[in-house]
Ligand binder design. Structure first.
Ligand code: BJW
Length: 236
């Protein structure tokens, strides 16, 4: 019988992109310290004031220009390439830094800033510029039906069945750069623990849920993530 290669599920949050110059949400200078989430990150906010919400995301999309993947994104792409077992990377981040680092088995559970979703025909298209009231859908041509393809509070994150299936068969679960403040992602560690996985937190500082993990390593993602990957590929 062939040796079992551990299945790994990785959850990443804003902390992994912090050293690439993208703001986190709940840190001192985070997005929610400047903008009230109820006014920008709910379907109700968009209904009330679509221009204001589009402007917020247009600014953040423009702010992505020139941002590059860092050593932590690259280490996770290397892990997927070199580890013979399954590696599923689930990111809460709406940036494209994991994609550009080369990760392939990747789920953007909170959507993608560089895509527009047409609420008229339900199609998604790559979108690098501003979304304006006059912008028309690349598929159906309708005007005024595009929104950022991101998951707001109260909306269902993407590919949840696939994520929970992977957590059920996970041998290792690693949570990186996330405060664990937002569900359902914050509950993945419980699902992994129930599945008997070894659970690991890699974060700048202990998150509120640190005690739920079997192992923790604290420090900047560009240090702790490449160190862990290097160790795992050599020793495991
Ligand atoms: C570093 C670092 C460095 C810094 N190196 N680390 C009451 C109880 C329980 C749940 C709810 C409740 N009321 C409502 C809910 C549900 C709600 C929720 O969780 N609310 C909470 C506020 C309580 N969730 C939802 O509505 C979600 N949908 C949902 O639940 O659907 C129903 C459902 C039920 C059951 C199963 C399945 C579904 C949708 C949530 C959508 C979240 N959307 C956002 C915005 C996306 C678009 C945008 O960007 O504008 O997603 S909010 C924001 O938070 C964003 C992030 O992905 C998410 C998580 O944030 P993250 O990544 O953890 O960032 P931070 O800033 O919090 O943490 C950064 C961490 O990095 C920190 O720990 C730092 O220390 C660390 N760090 N520098 C390493 N260099």
């Amino acid at each position: 019988m062939s040796e079992h290669k551990p299945s790994i599920v990785i959850l990443t949050g804003a902390g992994i992109s912090a050293e690439s110059g993208i703001a986190t949400f709940r840190d001192k200078d985070g997005v929610w310290s400047k903008f009230k989430l109820e006014d920008f990150a709910t379907p109700e906010a968009f209904e009330r004031d679509p221009v204001k919400v589009q402007h917020f995301y247009n600014e953040r999309r423009a702010g992505m220009k020139g941002k590059q993947p860092n050593a932590a994104h690259e280490a996770l792409a290397r892990l997927e390439k070199e580890h013979e077992g399954e590696v599923l990377l689930v990111t809460q981040n709406i940036d494209d830094l994991h994609d550009r680092a080369g990760s392939k088995n990747l789920i953007h559970m909170h959507g993608e800033l560089l895509k527009a979703w047409c609420t008229g025909c339900d199609m998604r298209s790559a979108w690098l510029e501003d979304i304006e009231t006059e912008s028309s859908c690349a598929f159906c041509g309708q005007k005024g039906s595009l929104r950022p393809d991101v998951v707001w509070f109260g909306e269902m994150p993407y590919q949840m069945d696939q994520i929970f299936d992977a957590l059920e068969r996970a041998d290792i679960f690693i949570s990186i750069g996330t405060s664990g403040a937002v569900y359902p992602a914050a509950g993945f560690v419980d699902a992994a623990n129930q599945a008997g996985a070894r659970t690991i937190e890699l974060n700048l500082e202990p998150s509120d849920g640190s005690y739920l993990f079997d192992e923790v390593a604290h420090g900047p993602a560009t240090e702790v993530v490449p160190n862990w990957v290097e160790w795992f590929l050599k020793e495991a």
